[in-house]
Design a protein. Structure first.
Length: 237
């Protein structure tokens, strides 16, 4: 990850430190899934986005996190962005080791439980909130890649006296990537649903400086992707 204005730490995972949150990114498994660990810099509480694979690697990621040099607290929640097998491979092991709650989109929850044996503690719906210590993540339902796919939006606090802040950080799973939306198996109805949700619930709401953290590969920004929306619609995928 390449950033401006935050501390980036080299080593086994990419790190971004905001005023209130630390974000750690690690690619795991044969499909190089991106897992994201969010740590509240005040309380040490943690949320993991997608326990995709390599449970030992993910558990070591928890230990890497810190709060102003002190060890972080505990993993409170694992958010699964959608039900596909490459995003849940380490879920059972991570939950067993940490006793974290599982939060997953309502329409995907039963499939995730059937695949992993882990019951959903929260069935997420559009507009819900997930706490990371003192910070909140907004649930953004992006239907189409799967019926219950969700993204998570974190907005930095606005520092009115400095005129800065308020930027959004968006964890999109497999619903939005650099260069297009997620796979909809060439189903025109699913594609229209996903592109419609991404347009109305993401591009129409959030600014160009919004940082996008996808489920695989490199990060991007909404500003980089916005000029291509019409081309995505025209090509149909």
């Amino acid at each position: 990850m390449t950033y401006t204005g935050e501390v980036v730490v080299g080593g086994p995972s990419d790190v971004r430190r905001l005023d209130d949150l630390e974000i750690r990114k690690a690619a795991v498994g044969p499909m190089a899934n991106d897992a994201y660990l969010l740590t509240c810099r005040h309380t040490g509480d943690q949320v993991l986005v997608d326990a995709a694979a390599e449970p030992r690697r993910l558990l070591s990621l928890l230990a890497e996190a810190s709060v102003d040099g002190a060890p972080a607290g505990r993993l409170t929640t694992v958010v699964t962005t959608h039900r596909h097998h490459d995003h849940v491979g380490a879920l059972a092991d991570v939950v067993a080791a940490t006793h974290a709650a599982l939060a997953v989109g309502d329409a995907d929850a039963d499939a995730v439980t059937a695949a992993t044996g882990v019951p959903a503690d929260r069935r997420l719906r559009h507009g819900d909130r997930v706490a990371v210590g003192r910070s909140l993540l907004e649930v953004v339902a992006l239907r189409g890649h799967t019926p219950g796919s969700v993204a998570l939006a974190y907005r930095e606090p606005l520092h009115a006296h400095e005129g800065v802040g308020g930027r959004v950080h968006l964890f999109t799973g497999d619903s939005l990537f650099p260069g297009g939306v997620g796979n909809t198996d060439h189903d025109p109805e699913r594609f229209a649903q996903l592109l419609g949700d991404v347009t109305e619930r993401v591009f129409d709401r959030f600014g160009d400086d919004t940082w996008v953290y996808p489920g695989h590969g490199a990060d991007t920004t909404l500003g980089s992707e916005r000029p291509h929306l019409a081309a995505w619609r025209a090509r149909g995928w």
